[in-house]
Design a protein around this ligand. Structure first.
Ligand code: RIB
Length: 310
């Protein structure tokens, strides 16, 4: 069965420069290889889910400018339905300024532009697409009011809600209590748990606020799945790292697609790890996102099983 996933989130043009290392405050470094890539956590998650075989519908905003045009075309090229991505005449398309160091680790500053004008009304206008959808997937580069409106509609229509709380910010209990899965990285989890640095304690803290299950992404250490009946550490795939941008987006999208297809949460975390690993081996946000066949092959190699692709 082909699952239907709704993504409410950002679209950014990524302006990327490589440098030997990240600069100190006040320091100027000479970098190399300036490139632009379609990005934005929302669009990356939408495109990743589409490449993994889901039917994807996105809600968001871009400006009436060349970046907006390019980002819409990129998402549509991968089959994402952008009917509910509006062109906003009063704000520019979002831009992300990204520095990559020699190890492929990134720092990102986002100028959100039109992304921050996604409104509750934009989401409510799209209510029809919630009926019959399997999952709602959201990062946090749009206003919280839009995220909360989408969560309400998802609950009303029986749609699973998966939140990737990136960039990190404290969240209201009203939102946390309505999530099926929260998928933070460690710094994001720490922010949600009022600074608690111990992962187990921080996870329990957010679960006490009503989140049903938490998946903490931990880079090279893999991911930890915590729900009522178990805590499971799932190891990462070891791959050469070229560029870490969008690895978290690939993880959460693959996790969401696998769950929406009826796989177990543990299998879904393995899908997330595989998609994240493939993404770091290539440059750019959307160009690095893997196909379903690549993810299936990597999972088969890991399990030493030559079963046919599915
Ligand atoms: O998660 C990676 C993304 O974060 C980049 O594509 C950038 O646009 C920022 O939104």
């Amino acid at each position: 069965m082909t699952p239907t996933i709704i993504v409410v989130g950002s679209l950014n043009m990524d302006l990327v420069v490589r440098a030997p290392r990240h600069p100190q405050p006040g320091e100027t470094l000479i970098g190399s290889d300036f490139q632009t890539f379609p990005g934005g956590k929302g669009a990356n998650q939408a495109v990743a889910a589409a490449r993994l075989g889901a039917r994807v519908r996105m809600i968001g905003r871009v400006g009436v400018d060349a970046f907006g045009e390019t980002l819409l075309a990129a998402a549509q090229h991968d089959g994402v339905d952008t009917t509910f991505v509006q062109r906003d005449p009063d704000a520019p398309t979002g831009v992300a300024l990204i520095t990559l160091d020699a190890q492929g680790q990134n720092t990102i500053v986002v100028a959100p532009g039109a992304n921050m004008r996604v409104s509750e009304a934009d989401v409510e206008r799209a209510e029809a697409i919630f009926a019959g959808a399997d999952a709602l997937l959201m990062p946090l580069e749009c206003p919280l009011t839009a995220v909360m409106a989408a969560t309400r509609l998802a609950r009303k229509h029986g749609v699973k809600v998966i939140l990737n709380p990136a960039p990190a910010q404290p969240l209201p209990i009203d939102l946390l209590a309505q999530l099926d899965y929260l998928v933070p990285n460690q710094p994001e989890l720490q922010t949600l748990a009022e600074g608690e640095t111990d992962v187990a304690k921080a996870t329990e803290y957010v679960r006490r606020q009503g989140v049903k299950s938490v998946v903490v992404t931990q880079g090279e250490a893999g991911a930890m799945l915590v729900s009522d009946d178990h805590t499971t550490q799932v190891p990462a795939f070891h791959v050469p790292v070229v560029d870490t941008v969008a690895a978290g987006d690939a993880f959460v999208a693959a996790f969401c697609v696998a769950l929406a297809e009826g796989k177990t949460p543990l299998e879904a975390v393995r899908w997330g790890n595989a998609a994240g690993a493939l993404t770091v081996t290539r440059s750019g946000a959307q160009p690095s996102l893997p196909s379903r066949m690549e993810v299936v092959r990597l999972l088969e190699v890991q399990s030493g099983n030559n079963a046919p692709l599915h």
